[in-house]
Design a protein around this ligand. Structure first.
Ligand SMILES: Nc1ncnc2c1ncn2[C@@H]1O[C@H](COP(=O)(O)OP(=O)(O)OP(=O)(O)O)[C@@H](O)[C@H]1O
Length: 221
Protein backbone atom coordinates (compact mmCIF):
# COMPACT_ATOMS: atom_id res chain seq x y z
CA UNK A 1 0.00 0.00 0.00
CA UNK A 2 1.17 3.52 -0.74
CA UNK A 3 2.12 5.83 2.09
CA UNK A 4 -0.26 8.80 2.43
CA UNK A 5 0.81 11.83 0.45
CA UNK A 6 2.66 9.81 -2.17
CA UNK A 7 1.47 10.62 -5.67
CA UNK A 8 3.80 8.41 -7.71
CA UNK A 9 5.59 5.31 -6.50
CA UNK A 10 7.49 3.30 -9.10
CA UNK A 11 9.94 0.49 -8.64
CA UNK A 12 11.87 -1.49 -11.26
CA UNK A 13 9.51 -0.12 -13.87
CA UNK A 14 10.19 -1.26 -17.41
CA UNK A 15 8.51 -0.66 -20.73
CA UNK A 16 9.52 -1.74 -24.23
CA UNK A 17 7.79 -0.67 -27.41
CA UNK A 18 6.84 -3.62 -29.66
CA UNK A 19 9.74 -4.51 -31.95
CA UNK A 20 12.29 -2.47 -29.97
CA UNK A 21 15.62 -4.19 -29.34
CA UNK A 22 15.90 -2.87 -25.78
CA UNK A 23 13.73 -1.51 -22.99
CA UNK A 24 12.59 2.06 -23.66
CA UNK A 25 12.01 2.88 -20.00
CA UNK A 26 14.15 1.47 -17.21
CA UNK A 27 13.32 3.13 -13.94
CA UNK A 28 14.77 1.57 -10.78
CA UNK A 29 12.78 3.83 -8.43
CA UNK A 30 10.76 7.02 -8.47
CA UNK A 31 8.70 8.39 -5.63
CA UNK A 32 6.96 11.74 -5.85
CA UNK A 33 5.23 13.30 -2.87
CA UNK A 34 2.09 15.41 -2.94
CA UNK A 35 2.80 18.88 -4.29
CA UNK A 36 6.39 18.08 -5.26
CA UNK A 37 7.78 19.64 -8.44
CA UNK A 38 10.17 17.44 -10.42
CA UNK A 39 12.16 18.24 -13.55
CA UNK A 40 12.71 15.15 -15.70
CA UNK A 41 15.61 15.27 -18.11
CA UNK A 42 17.31 12.83 -20.42
CA UNK A 43 18.77 12.60 -23.91
CA UNK A 44 16.45 12.56 -26.91
CA UNK A 45 14.97 9.09 -27.17
CA UNK A 46 15.70 8.22 -23.53
CA UNK A 47 12.01 7.54 -22.93
CA UNK A 48 10.79 10.69 -21.18
CA UNK A 49 7.54 10.92 -23.14
CA UNK A 50 7.01 7.19 -22.81
CA UNK A 51 7.40 7.48 -19.04
CA UNK A 52 4.86 10.30 -18.93
CA UNK A 53 2.44 8.08 -20.88
CA UNK A 54 2.98 5.36 -18.26
CA UNK A 55 2.39 7.82 -15.40
CA UNK A 56 -0.72 9.10 -17.18
CA UNK A 57 -2.05 5.56 -17.55
CA UNK A 58 -2.11 5.86 -21.33
CA UNK A 59 0.32 2.93 -21.58
CA UNK A 60 0.11 -0.08 -19.24
CA UNK A 61 3.26 -0.99 -17.29
CA UNK A 62 4.81 -4.23 -18.50
CA UNK A 63 7.10 -5.04 -15.60
CA UNK A 64 7.80 -3.64 -12.15
CA UNK A 65 5.47 -1.63 -9.99
CA UNK A 66 3.76 1.65 -10.75
CA UNK A 67 1.36 3.19 -8.29
CA UNK A 68 -0.33 6.49 -8.92
CA UNK A 69 -2.28 7.83 -5.93
CA UNK A 70 -2.10 4.41 -4.35
CA UNK A 71 -3.59 2.64 -7.37
CA UNK A 72 -1.54 -0.08 -8.98
CA UNK A 73 -1.73 0.79 -12.68
CA UNK A 74 -0.84 -2.74 -13.82
CA UNK A 75 -3.98 -3.99 -12.05
CA UNK A 76 -6.31 -1.45 -13.64
CA UNK A 77 -8.18 -1.93 -16.92
CA UNK A 78 -7.78 0.67 -19.68
CA UNK A 79 -11.09 2.36 -18.79
CA UNK A 80 -10.14 2.40 -15.09
CA UNK A 81 -6.83 4.10 -15.98
CA UNK A 82 -8.78 6.60 -18.11
CA UNK A 83 -10.99 7.35 -15.10
CA UNK A 84 -7.98 7.85 -12.82
CA UNK A 85 -6.51 10.26 -15.38
CA UNK A 86 -9.75 12.22 -15.82
CA UNK A 87 -10.27 12.49 -12.06
CA UNK A 88 -6.76 13.16 -10.80
CA UNK A 89 -4.33 14.14 -13.56
CA UNK A 90 -3.76 17.16 -15.75
CA UNK A 91 -1.63 16.78 -18.88
CA UNK A 92 0.04 19.59 -20.84
CA UNK A 93 1.20 18.36 -24.23
CA UNK A 94 3.91 19.86 -26.39
CA UNK A 95 1.33 20.68 -29.08
CA UNK A 96 -1.26 21.63 -26.42
CA UNK A 97 -4.04 19.51 -28.04
CA UNK A 98 -6.71 22.20 -27.71
CA UNK A 99 -9.93 21.88 -29.67
CA UNK A 100 -9.42 24.69 -32.22
CA UNK A 101 -13.09 25.59 -32.67
CA UNK A 102 -13.82 25.86 -28.94
CA UNK A 103 -13.13 29.07 -27.04
CA UNK A 104 -10.23 29.32 -24.60
CA UNK A 105 -12.73 29.19 -21.75
CA UNK A 106 -14.57 26.12 -23.09
CA UNK A 107 -11.31 24.28 -23.71
CA UNK A 108 -10.57 24.69 -20.01
CA UNK A 109 -14.00 23.58 -18.79
CA UNK A 110 -13.92 20.59 -21.17
CA UNK A 111 -11.67 18.87 -18.62
CA UNK A 112 -14.58 18.97 -16.15
CA UNK A 113 -17.02 17.28 -18.47
CA UNK A 114 -15.38 13.88 -18.07
CA UNK A 115 -15.13 13.85 -14.30
CA UNK A 116 -17.71 14.40 -11.60
CA UNK A 117 -14.89 14.61 -9.11
CA UNK A 118 -13.08 17.36 -11.04
CA UNK A 119 -16.37 19.26 -11.39
CA UNK A 120 -16.96 19.05 -7.66
CA UNK A 121 -13.44 20.34 -6.98
CA UNK A 122 -13.74 23.33 -9.32
CA UNK A 123 -15.27 26.45 -7.82
CA UNK A 124 -17.76 28.56 -9.78
CA UNK A 125 -15.79 30.70 -12.24
CA UNK A 126 -12.67 28.59 -11.81
CA UNK A 127 -11.84 28.51 -15.55
CA UNK A 128 -11.76 32.31 -15.70
CA UNK A 129 -9.74 32.53 -12.51
CA UNK A 130 -7.14 30.10 -13.89
CA UNK A 131 -6.97 31.80 -17.29
CA UNK A 132 -6.43 35.09 -15.48
CA UNK A 133 -3.82 33.53 -13.18
CA UNK A 134 -2.00 32.19 -16.27
CA UNK A 135 -1.94 35.72 -17.65
CA UNK A 136 -4.52 35.39 -20.45
CA UNK A 137 -6.39 38.68 -20.90
CA UNK A 138 -10.14 38.22 -20.40
CA UNK A 139 -10.82 39.72 -23.83
CA UNK A 140 -9.40 36.45 -25.22
CA UNK A 141 -11.41 33.98 -23.15
CA UNK A 142 -14.24 33.70 -25.69
CA UNK A 143 -11.97 33.55 -28.72
CA UNK A 144 -11.61 30.19 -30.52
CA UNK A 145 -8.33 28.51 -29.61
CA UNK A 146 -7.34 28.48 -33.30
CA UNK A 147 -7.18 32.28 -33.19
CA UNK A 148 -4.76 32.44 -30.26
CA UNK A 149 -0.98 32.75 -30.45
CA UNK A 150 1.18 29.77 -29.47
CA UNK A 151 1.99 31.37 -26.12
CA UNK A 152 -1.68 32.08 -25.45
CA UNK A 153 -2.66 28.52 -26.39
CA UNK A 154 -0.08 27.22 -24.00
CA UNK A 155 -1.59 29.20 -21.14
CA UNK A 156 -5.00 27.77 -22.00
CA UNK A 157 -3.54 24.26 -22.01
CA UNK A 158 -2.02 24.85 -18.58
CA UNK A 159 -5.32 26.20 -17.20
CA UNK A 160 -7.10 23.13 -18.60
CA UNK A 161 -4.62 20.83 -16.85
CA UNK A 162 -4.97 22.71 -13.55
CA UNK A 163 -8.75 22.95 -13.33
CA UNK A 164 -10.30 20.95 -10.53
CA UNK A 165 -6.96 20.82 -8.67
CA UNK A 166 -5.70 17.42 -9.90
CA UNK A 167 -3.11 15.73 -7.69
CA UNK A 168 -0.61 15.42 -10.54
CA UNK A 169 0.25 17.60 -13.53
CA UNK A 170 2.35 16.08 -16.33
CA UNK A 171 3.97 18.54 -18.74
CA UNK A 172 5.79 17.30 -21.85
CA UNK A 173 8.03 19.99 -23.35
CA UNK A 174 5.35 22.67 -23.13
CA UNK A 175 7.81 25.55 -23.61
CA UNK A 176 9.60 24.38 -26.75
CA UNK A 177 7.72 26.77 -29.07
CA UNK A 178 8.28 29.87 -26.92
CA UNK A 179 10.91 32.58 -26.87
CA UNK A 180 12.92 33.08 -23.70
CA UNK A 181 10.79 35.81 -22.13
CA UNK A 182 7.51 33.99 -22.76
CA UNK A 183 9.05 30.76 -21.50
CA UNK A 184 10.24 32.32 -18.24
CA UNK A 185 6.89 33.97 -17.59
CA UNK A 186 5.04 30.73 -18.34
CA UNK A 187 7.27 28.66 -16.06
CA UNK A 188 6.82 31.03 -13.15
CA UNK A 189 3.04 31.04 -13.55
CA UNK A 190 2.78 27.28 -14.02
CA UNK A 191 4.86 26.51 -10.94
CA UNK A 192 2.97 29.04 -8.85
CA UNK A 193 -0.44 27.74 -9.97
CA UNK A 194 0.62 24.14 -9.23
CA UNK A 195 1.78 25.18 -5.77
CA UNK A 196 -1.49 27.02 -5.09
CA UNK A 197 -3.54 24.02 -6.24
CA UNK A 198 -1.33 21.59 -4.28
CA UNK A 199 -0.70 19.67 -7.51
CA UNK A 200 2.55 17.75 -7.94
CA UNK A 201 4.30 18.57 -11.22
CA UNK A 202 6.44 16.37 -13.45
CA UNK A 203 7.99 18.59 -16.08
CA UNK A 204 9.89 17.19 -19.06
CA UNK A 205 12.18 19.40 -21.11
CA UNK A 206 15.35 19.36 -23.19
CA UNK A 207 16.04 22.83 -21.92
CA UNK A 208 18.35 22.21 -18.98
CA UNK A 209 18.30 25.93 -18.07
CA UNK A 210 14.79 25.34 -16.76
CA UNK A 211 16.07 22.69 -14.33
CA UNK A 212 17.44 25.32 -11.94
CA UNK A 213 13.88 26.38 -11.15
CA UNK A 214 13.23 22.95 -9.63
CA UNK A 215 14.38 21.66 -6.28
CA UNK A 216 14.40 18.15 -7.69
CA UNK A 217 15.84 16.90 -10.99
CA UNK A 218 15.57 13.28 -12.16
CA UNK A 219 17.61 11.96 -15.08
CA UNK A 220 16.30 9.21 -17.32
CA UNK A 221 18.45 6.85 -19.39
N1 LIG B 1 4.39 4.89 -30.38
C1 LIG B 1 5.61 4.37 -30.45
N2 LIG B 1 5.84 3.18 -31.03
C2 LIG B 1 7.06 2.64 -31.07
N3 LIG B 1 8.17 3.23 -30.57
C3 LIG B 1 8.01 4.42 -29.98
C4 LIG B 1 6.74 5.05 -29.89
N4 LIG B 1 6.91 6.24 -29.22
C5 LIG B 1 8.21 6.33 -28.94
N5 LIG B 1 8.88 5.25 -29.39
C6 LIG B 1 10.33 5.00 -29.25
O1 LIG B 1 10.66 5.00 -27.87
C7 LIG B 1 11.92 5.65 -27.66
C8 LIG B 1 11.72 6.73 -26.62
O2 LIG B 1 10.87 7.72 -27.16
P1 LIG B 1 10.33 8.91 -26.25
O3 LIG B 1 9.51 9.79 -27.13
O4 LIG B 1 9.70 8.35 -25.03
O5 LIG B 1 11.69 9.61 -25.84
P2 LIG B 1 11.97 11.08 -25.31
O6 LIG B 1 13.05 10.96 -24.27
O7 LIG B 1 10.70 11.73 -24.88
O8 LIG B 1 12.54 11.78 -26.61
P3 LIG B 1 12.56 13.30 -27.06
O9 LIG B 1 13.37 14.01 -26.00
O10 LIG B 1 13.25 13.26 -28.39
O11 LIG B 1 11.13 13.78 -27.12
C9 LIG B 1 12.39 6.14 -29.02
O12 LIG B 1 13.35 5.25 -29.51
C10 LIG B 1 11.14 6.13 -29.85
O13 LIG B 1 11.44 5.85 -31.20
Amino acid sequence: MNAPGVVVDAQDLRFRWPGAAADTVVLPALRIAAGEQVFLRGASGSGKSTLLSLLAGVLPPQAGRLQVLGQDLAMLSGPARDRLRADHLGVIFQQFNLLPWLSAHDNVTLALRFSTRRRAQAAEGEAGRLLGAMGLADALWRRPAAQLSVGQQQRVAAARALIGRPALILADEPTSALDEDARDAFMALLMQCCAEAGSALVFVSHDVRLAQRFSRVEVLG
